[in-house]
Design a protein around this ligand. Structure first.
Ligand SMILES: [Zn+2]
Length: 252
């Protein structure tokens, strides 16, 4: 007669392993969510910086334009001064000199006017770009809030799942043999999870490492009078207690 007790004990621990794996999977998913939220915020920040840079360029160009216009005004004043002086010149040389100065003012004015025109075009372009980036940012703001809310909702769902599974785990853990449980809990990894302790036989193979189990060993596993470890991965092997299974290996 096979020892159903040991088989059941191992099967309970196997269930516990499965539940722990489920919890771990959900914890891993949960851990990714803050990162996704951070990426959303980062993307937003990049566009925000782009907009700020455009605004800076725009105000710089506008400042430059103002200063150039002030220079044109100053040249106008200068021109008036020379024109007044022209009415009072005494010699030909004086007149020539004044005309030369006026000519120079015209030249300077023309150069500055070209610059102002150029600046106006730049300001126009920057204004358009700034407006566009403003719209992108506003749309992103709406999108991001929705996406972040969605991610928070997913996180809530996962947390609810985990506590539901935890409850199942609490019930199951009472059925697990204390010695086996202790042994399993001793197999802690750096991520505070437990390495598997048991594995079922699947189609005459070790369910963990797939090693083909020799017939004599299979027989012993079925008898379940003692714990049998897989020769390769060292997990304790057991036969899944499926009661409808045909009795083709239990012929002792
Ligand atoms: Zn194995």
């Amino acid at each position: 007669m096979p020892d159903l007790n040991l088989t059941l004990e191992l099967a309970f621990l196997y269930d516990l392993q499965q539940i722990d794996a489920e919890i771990l999977t959900r914890h891993k998913k949960l851990k990714l969510i803050p990162d996704d939220i951070r990426k959303l915020k980062e993307d937003f920040r990049v566009h925000e910086q782009k907009l700020n840079a455009l605004k800076d360029q725009l105000s710089q160009a506008e400042k430059e334009q103002r200063s150039q216009s002030a220079e044109i005004e100053a040249l106008g004043e200068q021109r008036k001064k020379y024109q007044t002086q022209l009415t009072a010149v005494k010699t030909n040389d004086e007149m020539k000199a004044l005309y030369k100065q006026l000519e120079f003012i015209d030249q300077q004015e023309e150069e500055i006017e070209d610059k102002v025109l150029e600046l106006m075009l730049i300001i126009d372009d920057l204004g358009g770009e700034t407006k566009k980036e403003h719209e992108i940012l506003a749309a992103k703001n709406v999108d991001h809030k929705a996406e972040e809310a969605e991610l928070q909702k997913i996180a809530q769902g996962i947390k609810a799942d985990i506590s539901e599974i935890q409850e199942k785990r609490q019930n199951l853990i009472q059925k697990v043999n204390p010695d086996l449980l202790k042994q399993y809990q001793g197999r802690t990894t750096t991520q505070h999870t437990h390495l598997d302790l048991v594995t079922p036989v699947v189609d005459n193979n070790c369910g963990n490492c797939k090693l083909t189990i020799p017939p004599q060993m299979l027989n012993e596993i079925t008898q379940a009078r003692k714990k049998i470890a897989c020769p390769s991965c060292k997990l304790i092997l057991f036969e899944l207690p499926t009661f409808e299974q045909p009795n083709d290996t239990t012929s002792e």
